[in-house]
Design a protein around this ligand. Sequence first.
Ligand SMILES: Nc1ncnc2c1ncn2[C@@H]1O[C@H](COP(=O)(O)OP(=O)(O)OP(=O)(O)O)[C@@H](O)[C@H]1O
Length: 634
Amino acid sequence: MGKTKYKPVEDVNSQVVDDVEIAEEVEEQRNDGEVEEEEEQKQEEAPKSFEELGLDSRLIRALTKKGIEKPTLIQQSAIPYILEGKDVVARAKTGSGKTLAYLLPLLQKLFSADSGSKKKLAPSAFILVPSRELCHQVYSEVSSLIELCRVQLKAVQLTSSMSASDMRNALAGLPEILVSTPACIPKCFAAGVLEPTAVSESLAILVLDEADLLLSYGYEDNLRSVTSIIPRRCQCLLMSATTSSDVEKLKKLILHNPIVLTLTEENDKDEAVPSNVQQFWISCSAQDKLLHILALLKLEVVQKKILIFINTIDMGFRLKLFLEKFGIKSAILNGELPQNSRLHILEQFNAGLFDYLIATDDNSQTKKQKEEAKGEENKENNRNNKRSKPKLDAEFGVVRGIDFKKVHTVINFDMPQSVTGYIHRIGRTGRAYSSGSSVSLVSPDEMEGFEDIKSFLASDKNKDSDIITPFPLLTENAVESLRYRAEDVAKSVTKIAVRESRAQDLRNEIINSEKLKAHFEANPRDLDLLRHDKPLSKTAPAPHLKDIPEYLVDPKTQEASKMVKLARAAMGNTRRSGGGGGRNNKNKKRSRKGSDPLKTFNPNGSKRGHGGGVGQKKDGRDSSDGSTKKQKTV
Ligand SMILES: Nc1ncnc2c1ncn2[C@@H]1O[C@H](COP(=O)(O)OP(=O)(O)OP(=O)(O)O)[C@@H](O)[C@H]1O
């Protein structure tokens, strides 16, 4: 296996990708036993620009307009191979820019294929993704590139929930690119909306994005029926954040003699978690989780925007109601909500309309539940099946692959149920060249799973070094000062209140969803129709709970909070977050490194701890005993 070692791309980037190796191997050809071939590797290759990768000037201009100046490592590596027409398997950690790694060369190929050739009866490119949210995200990305490039290409998105006539209408304009979930393709064949023979004739590029998830979402049969009609000449690309037997299976099923690109860091196991994400944890009992999250948010010791993960929908509502009493507005995202609402919530959060999003990830749905949900969905017109319980969407997935913009902190209110779940959650921050942090609240019941995560992430060489370190900015006193209020309010958020709010929210969102459908059709860019962070409770929060009096907060936490605010200001993040994109990125990134209190705060007095000097108890809170512990610096 050949290896190419890349020098750091730039100052900022070197923090992220130092010591990155790209291992490339040429795989055996599917079924025909071709001898494994070694690729000639170029040594110590210098980072390349988009121009040097051979990208069309229209695409480069479009990227510039989006504020994207230089390719990420996976883009540098994959784009030339894809342009050459090779099948590629690309595995790179979350947030590393895999979407553009395949979209840019795919569009370029279609630019040239477009000129002069007669219109085909089926799309030339299929991009298959595991969830509707991802479908929408990729579709938006490809559409905006097409628009910015001013080329005559058309992309459409299809999902299984669409009616045959909607699908027919969408395909009527003979789009070149179809973005969809795998389940939708056989549905199109069955409804006569797409002809398998036309697909066989037209299909030139097939992309399986988030390949590690496609099979776990139960799409195996769907994918088999698609592969049976893929022409041999069709170029296939497989993108994934983690390796798994599922990826191997898909590779064998679909790809021909692929180039396998694997972005690994020195520490092989750490590779899936972006190294620009600082990971922290706090030990607390299950009952005290509300108290701790209140302390984190109310005392402002974590940076906004914040994505909070919980494992059940009810817990999400409980948390929202609880925070609401303290004047903290948040929105909820889960698989029970109608699709249009979900997309709208994501768009509003990305646009910075609110700072706290409470999400139930697909992790909380077991494979069996997903299959059941899918089965439910397939039982069309089953009128007898009048379940009062709302259905979970089998194609729901907020975590995997979704590009939450400018999320600075991920909080695991509940711990995820697997290491992969953890990696994907954490990967919602620190995307591309940005940095972020995560805080996991770990109860004794969750400790075993947490240890598994820690040992998975620990490097083989350095087993004792903790990748997830105790959270340094919250003192025990600060937490305790809020206990009385938190417990009092927690008691008032009863099961009945949670149930009623959940039902009410669903009713509202169903009504919203209809409005949103029309709205999305008429104004795909306008986000301001509805707000999703409205209070659930009919009573306004008590004024004394909205503001925490200064005397309640101990001086150390006050200092930490001040520093978080200063860091926020230094990062140009004082307004409502969102909007704007990468203005003056270079300067901001430089100041970011020095100003993040999680990297510099020392509760023992000195402001510049430089990654060390944090006195902590084993339970992740400050012990104030002056002992020091080295923190991970990034
Ligand atoms: N070259 C680049 N420079 C700066 N930002 C980039 C670059 N390429 C992509 N991005 C941005 O980085 C973010 C993450 O990209 P993307 O969603 O493609 O990551 P990913 O590798 O697919 O992650 P995941 O595995 O979680 O799906 C996006 O907001 C994207 O616009």
